[in-house]
Design a protein around this ligand. Structure first.
Ligand code: FE2
Length: 394
């Protein structure tokens, strides 16, 4: 089989595995003394690894300033923290938390070297191009889903009915180091872990099916999906709230790979909807991915079967189905359908709330459908088709 040409963005140093969080103090010390550390709402101080990290940072003589990122990072929050630290000689920014904290930290590390407000640099909002400079940034995820530790964009939210969710993006905004320790995800509540896993899993599937997929992102995505999948594998156990450390390790790996894949292959219709829904309504990103996952794939597959029977994406759907099926030598059509059935079962385990529970009404659907795009979905779904999906999930 021939291999098409592709390009791949550079990756940070990746320290992966149980116990790797202990490498954080020395990693930070390598950059200098003054550390700006971003943490989430749920205090890092309750995490069992924190006392030891704190002791090691003190032993190394680090001056650590801690700031909280509560909820998804807004332009106002990023600007306020940047304003406080612009005159300091921050040697390194680190973020320990979920995707929102990592995105906030990534944006702050960049904005510390740039003038003006972050809003001026956001895609589709501002008119200034980021120069690509930043303070060194270390990402330490405590959830397994967004893959932000290995992406070069930071999602910034201003949630309201006139709101947005847009990216600050530059190839240079990739973290300098990603310390991925699955032990840190252990005190994440089961429901949050399940929603995060649906986000990471969806990113792998969307990037694999993407019209911009490359041989390298395909291999990475398929490898990570295989580790998560199989029948009754880690993904299912996370969605059931029965995950052990091995399952969490597989999901942390899958999430990280999903970041690499989305940064290089793009995403599809689920994230096309998610960014718009997340900007207009207070709906957590993982929850919206869980809500959309099965139905968006079913509609995409059905249209491909009807209109593009020779599509590569159909072969890919069959390949995904094979990973999750215990039946051998069935037809491609069987595996394509069985993949959708598996997604429906997964959704039933996670039980995401309907869109109406976030304040979305029938009269909002047209606006959401118009504003949403299909990104790099393997087949375009028009506004009418997008509205039908939303109607089904209301
Ligand atoms: Fe996502």
């Amino acid at each position: 089989m021939s291999i098409d040409s592709f390009t791949m963005s550079p990756l940070p140093a990746i320290l992966f595995g149980a116990g790797k969080a202990q490498m954080l103090p020395q990693t930070l010390a390598d950059y200098g003394r003054l550390v700006l550390l971003l943490v989430g709402e749920r205090s890092l101080q309750t995490n069992p690894v924190w006392p030891k990290l704190q002791e090691s940072m003190e032993d190394l003589g680090l001056e650590v300033h801690i700031e909280k990122i509560t909820g998804e990072p807004s332009p106002k929050l990023v600007d306020a923290i940047v304003e406080d630290y612009r005159q300091h000689d921050v040697a390194v920014v680190a973020a320990i938390g979920g995707g929102a904290v990592l995105d906030g930290g990534k944006a702050i590390a960049a904005m510390l070297t740039m003038e003006g407000s972050i809003i001026e640099y956001l895609e589709g909002v501002g008119s200034r191009e980021p120069a690509g400079t930043k303070v060194p940034f270390v990402a330490v995820p405590t959830t397994a889903g967004t893959g932000s530790e290995l992406t070069c964009n930071s999602v910034i939210s201003a949630v309201s009915r006139e709101g947005f969710k847009k990216s600050l993006r530059h190839e240079n905004f990739m973290p300098d180091a990603a310390i991925i320790d699955p032990v840190l995800t252990a005190n994440c509540p089961d429901k949050v872990s399940a929603f995060c896993s649906m986000d990471g899993f969806s990113q792998l599937v969307e990037a694999y099916l993407s019209s911009k997929a490359t041989p390298m992102t395909d291999d990475l995505a398929l490898g990570a999906i295989s580790r998560l999948g199989r029948l009754n594998g880690p993904l299912t156990r996370i969605c059931q709230g029965k995950a052990d450390l091995a399952d969490r390790t597989a999901m942390s790996y899958g999430a990280a790979i999903s970041g690499i894949c989305l940064a290089n292959a793009g995403l599809g219709i689920i994230h096309g909807f998610a960014s718009v829904l997340g900007g207009l309504f207070p709906i957590p990103h993982g929850a919206v991915c869980a809500t959309l996952l099965a139905v968006c794939n079913r509609v995409t597959l059905t249209k491909l079967q009807k209109e593009q029977s020779d599509s590569v994406a159909l072969q890919k759907y069959a390949r995904l189905g094979r990973i999750f099926s215990n039946r051998e030598k069935a037809s491609d059509r069987f595996y394509q359908e069985s993949f959708i059935e598996m997604l429906i079962e997964l959704t039933e385990l996670v039980q995401p709330a309907p869109l109406s529970s976030y304040g979305i009404t029938f009269s909002d659907l047209e606006t959401i459908a118009v504003q949403s795009g299909c990104k790099n979905n393997p087949i375009e779904l028009d506004v009418g088709e997008r509205k039908e999906i939303l109607k089904e999930l209301l």
